[in-house]
Design a protein around this ligand. Structure first.
Ligand code: SAM
Length: 326
């Protein structure tokens, strides 16, 4: 079987692996490392998309502040708490609270919501609300937040700058390092298929995950949104995505690696396949239906939300893959 030295593998070696004609032995290695380090459990996380307001202008994202075609919403704190409680009753143990970068939710407002969800729903909380100061992250940790997701998006500073006219890779990585040093379980990740990306760029992305010491990494395809400047770009390759997930498993044996929702959008079958390439997490939307349709990062076909029925169906699908839903 192929051997990859996770601590010393170089950018060029990773790029060569990504370009291989036959990747089967790398998938097998990743699957073995997954089984040995995180077992057969697939963690099902509830994701609540509580606001689609965003002050950022990321050129790939349907929520970007310049997209005037998108009706905007904000969930009230009570609605968020009720939804969290319903998700907990359905068996979810973790709630991912995600939004655009929306300053309406001040540190105090969001902190109180986190406290109340922890108190009444007893779930682990992952926040994913963008870039904030170290002090704000520290405050939310005090309020009970356990984990934070903020993807690096791309490890190439020039591509990052071209896609984010209002921020830099340096600032993004500083957020990740702050979160890690504050004791959060820290999640990064990146998109596959961004304009200008090469196998070398993806290799740099993988090495950055290792450098940060990520506890979680979401790697998913870029999907073009018709109301963004990247509307005419092709979507990212799902095969390349799976290869990147497999290499991430090899570099970060104990990390939680989701089969990202975006991959399921491209091809339902790939989403199942990804569980044999190193992934061990899946996220399920619990966002109330009326809001869910407006959280349009990229176009996707969505069904109405029935939190309990959705979860039971997903558990069944996971059991069919001989894995254990949790
Ligand atoms: N505002 C927070 C942040 O910036 O981290 C969280 C919300 S943001 C919409 C969540 C993720 O959506 C981003 O990290 C990005 O990777 C992903 N995303 C946005 N537009 C996308 C697209 N067109 N295709 C695939 N993923 C996309």
């Amino acid at each position: 079987m192929i051997q990859i030295d996770r601590n010393h593998v170089t950018k060029n070696e990773l790029a060569d692996l990504l370009r291989r004609e036959d990747f089967r032995d790398v998938y097998e290695l990743a699957d073995r490392i997954r089984a040995e380090n995180v077992g057969d459990v697939v963690h099902i996380r509830a994701i609540l998309e509580f606001s689609n307001h965003c002050r950022r202008v990321c050129r790939y994202c349907g929520l970007n502040a310049r997209n005037s075609a998108l009706p905007r919403y904000r969930m009230k704190p009570e609605e968020m708490i009720e939804t969290a409680q319903e998700a907990a009753r359905a068996g979810y143990r973790t709630l991912v609270m995600q939004s655009g970068e929306d300053p309406w939710y001040t540190p105090e407002i969001l902190g109180e919501i986190v406290r109340e969800i922890k108190r009444s729903a007893k779930m682990a909380i992952t926040l994913s609300c963008g870039e904030r100061s170290r002090d704000v992250y520290a405050y939310w940790k005090e309020c009970g937040a356990d984990r934070y997701l903020i993807k690096q998006e791309t490890a190439d500073p020039a591509i990052y700058a071209s896609l984010h006219p209002d921020s830099s890779l340096e600032e993004r990585v500083a957020c990740l390092k702050n979160l890690k040093s504050l004791g959060y379980e820290t999640g990064s990740g990146f998109m596959i298929g961004l304009p200008g990306q090469t196998a070398e760029t993806i290799a740099m992305d993988l090495l950055l995950l290792r450098e940060i010491g990520c506890d979680m990494a979401g790697i998913g395809p870029f999907i073009p949104h018709p109301d963004t400047p990247l509307r005419d770009q092709p979507p990212g390759s799902s095969e390349l995505c799976k290869r990147a997930v497999a290499l991430a498993r090899i570099l970060l044996p104990k990390a939680n690696l989701p089969a990202t929702t975006a991959l399921g959008v491209l091809n339902g079958k790939e989403k199942n396949d990804i569980f044999s390439c190193g992934a061990n997490v899946v996220m399920r939307k619990v966002t109330p239906t009326s809001y869910k349709r407006l959280y349009e990062i990229y176009p996707a076909s969505l069904t109405d939300t029935d939190i309990l029925a959705d979860r039971r169906q997903l558990e069944e699908q996971i059991r069919h893959l001989d894995r254990i839903p949790l």
